[in-house]
Design a protein around this ligand. Structure first.
Ligand code: C2E
Ligand code: MG
Ligand code: MG
Ligand code: MG
Length: 289
């Protein structure tokens, strides 16, 4: 099996072969054997408190560690998996594995954490989705309110009536729904009223030019205001600089996620980061960083 060939073999982040078409037939064929060979894995990116930088949870991000191409980015393989249906299998695995993993994170951290998992449009439409969700929750023992399911505005709008029914059934289980890439999809705010949503993840396009861009600052403030009045949490995506973080914290944004506070990382590195947090919290005040 590929896994046994050694752990170091996927350190190369140069998977993008130039000029490859979006739906590369050979990549598609390779995906089926990749599933059998265990080449897919999950990385975890910290979602931290904007003020304290303490880790509050993680977003699960899928990786494909190909034996010769190296890391194939999700932007290349998720669309293929979405079109050939493999996403249902991969997505079910990711949801279950992420729920199991967060238990281990919580044990290491000695506190509650939450786990955020991306759900693709096809997975969301699948008849099996609720069964997979229930199985992930029951096999892991993770309380549903610590699981956040990330969907995009587009996923909601394919079939709003179906979405409404499904989201209600998710809310009955008290799983939380996040709108991913908020602000880049349909601009209608009506769905914030119609659907039981708990979290807005503000897309990186609105964060990257902070704090200089007055337009982006205005958009972020407006989203934060709206969220406050609707009782929603906000996560700012793609925070890369201290200046962005300072601006967001000052505007009342509670959670940030980005390269500044932690890149997507394998589970054992995430565990080490949690251990650092725990260590820090056990130190007397005057010895903390
Ligand atoms: P997303 O859900 O919006 O995830 C955030 C993306 O932003 C991730 O890219 C993450 O690595 C990247 N990112 C985080 N912080 C920064 C930053 O400070 N700067 C920059 N430039 N980028 C940052 P990634 O891992 O390549 O994933 C891309 C997309 O692929 C995700 O966007 C999501 O839509 C999809 N995806 C990833 N894993 C899964 C999965 O398990 N299932 C499904 N359905 N989709 C997934
Ligand atoms: Mg996401
Ligand atoms: Mg996102
Ligand atoms: Mg995004």
């Amino acid at each position: 099996r590929a896994k046994e060939k050694g752990k170091g073999r996927c350190m190369v982040y140069s998977a993008r072969d130039k000029g490859a078409p979006a739906h590369d037939i050979s990549l598609e064929a390779a995906m089926f054997s990749a599933v059998r060979e265990g080449e897919f894995l999950l990385y975890y990116q910290p979602i931290v408190s904007a003020r304290s930088r303490k880790i509050e949870g993680f977003e699960t991000l899928m990786r494909w560690c190909h034996p010769t191409l190296g890391m194939v980015p999700p932007a290349r393989f998720i669309p293929i998996a979405e079109s050939n249906g493999l996403i249902n299998l991969l997505g079910a695995w990711a949801l279950k594995a992420a729920c199991m993993q967060v238990r281990q994170f919580e044990l290491a951290a000695r506190r509650e954490l939450y786990i955020s998992v991306n759900i693709s449009p096809r997975q969301f439409r699948s008849d099996q989705f609720l069964d997979v969700l229930d199985e992930a929750l029951s096999m892991s023992g993770v309380p549903a309110n610590r699981l956040v399911l990330e969907i995009t505005e587009g996923t909601l709008m394919v079939d709003p009536a179906h979405a409404e029914g499904l989201l209600l059934r998710m809310a009955e289980r008290s799983a939380r729904i996040a709108i991913d890439d908020f602000g880049t999809g349909y601009s209608s705010l009506a769905y914030l009223k119609r659907f039981p949503i708990s979290v807005l993840k503000v897309d990186r396009t609105f964060i990257k030019d902070l704090p200089d861009s007055r337009k982006d600052a205005a958009i972020c403030s407006a989203v934060l205001d709206l969220a406050r009045h609707l009782d929603l949490s906000v996560v700012a995506e793609g925070v890369e600089t201290e200046a962005q973080l300072a601006r967001l914290a000052q505007s009342g944004c509670h959670y940030v996620q980005g390269y500044l506070t932690g890149r997507p990382m394998p589970a054992h590195v995430a565990l080490a980061a949690l251990n650092d947090d725990l260590y820090e919290s056990l130190l007397p005040e005057e010895l903390r960083q």
